[in-house]
Design a protein around this ligand. Sequence first.
Ligand SMILES: *Cc1c(COP(=O)(O)O)cnc(C)c1O
Length: 457
Amino acid sequence: MSDVKIPYKIYLEENEIPKQWYNVRADMKNKPAPLLNPATLKPMTAEELGVVFCDELVAQELDETNAYIDIPQEIQDFYKMYRPAPLVRAYCLEKKLGTPAKIYYKFEGNNTSGSHKLNSAIAQAYYAKKQGLKGVTTETGAGQWGTALSMACSYFDLDCKVYMVKVSYEQKPFRREVMRTYGASVTPSPSNTTNVGRKILAEHPGTTGSLGCAISEAVEVATSNEGYRYVLGSVLNQVLLHQSVIGLETKAALDKYGIKPDIIIGCAGGGSNLGGLVSPFVGEMLRGENNYRIIAVEPASCPSFTRGKYAYDFCDTGNICPLAKMYTLGSNFIPSANHAGGLRFHGMSSTLSQLYHDGYMEAVSVEQTEVFKAATEFARVEGILPAPESSHAIRVAIDEALKCKETGEEKTIVFGLTGTGYFDMVAYEKFNNGEMTDYIPTDAEIQAGLDKLPKVE
Ligand SMILES: *Cc1c(COP(=O)(O)O)cnc(C)c1O
């Protein structure tokens, strides 16, 4: 097919959009380890999970046998508002770099929330509505997840209570107002609306909050109010499942032109976009049909894959959520202030952790000034202003393309462009003023986090 000119954007026809999600765990020989009850250290049962999460989502969380799960028609209809997402051939970037590599990116920022998170938010809101719930609660750090969930809840007329880390609530007023415009209530965390919030405020007056604390408040509100459940925007198996729509569309678009990628790259916070992007490709690897190089990119300030340990750990700082076996820096590890808020989680999806452990993926960490250099270079030639999180993937895609320039290899590189950066202009301002710094934790700091891992056999 070498004489076929690849279009600037490959779109799928409406009838080519996936009607099922792909559950990569079904094809894994070594299944990810189960979530454990923090009190008993026994695997969480569906009944126990059902206190916190919606029933259908619990079923998806525990499903490791069905490879394909139907996307309900209502969710397919919502997807049509902003999907299929384009797969863009980065002709301008290739030219600028002078590389023989062929670069493609899957752009997930074409919706008001500005990221891929809407793919799972709409699914989680749908199942909550179907269960007859009144509403859902969640936490948000940088605000992308809260925004996506607000949009999804307003579509299904569900109440949405967002606990937003206080420092972001104050520093990101525009994200907060987008959520309120979509009808969500947004509470700065810690707050005096919960027991755990009041306790934290009494112990640490003047604290600006943390993600772990906001999770604890959101879970308390969900479990103490009739008709509410808690929802989470990353890390969980169910979220990776919903995000598989990214990879399925990418694969369908590439297949249409007979393109086989050599390298697939994504940024990794909790692992949902990367897991979604690579799932169908990893599925082929697991079944022995094909081979790809898959690269997870994380910030040097929060290097769970590259410097963490594969062990059971708490998912939240409050230690009330189930334990997951994952690459982790320890739930007490507080990453230094980094502008990619969506990548500041101490752990990683248990599915991706198992795949990484079994050698199906590589991981690299990058420093934020290098990330913003790549973001700026990309914005200037490709037009899109990328989110700081997404720019981690851009950095490594550019690095790989430059290696091809040296060797003359015409590799095909695909990366996930998870979102836009319009709400991150304070970070861009720092970069433009030359005030951005890089922080790499010392070995002693990493060890201090790992020393506090719970002892689980
Ligand atoms: C949340 C977020 C991420 C990281 O989350 P994952 O679950 O690792 O995908 C990456 N990019 C953007 C734009 C985000 O909002």
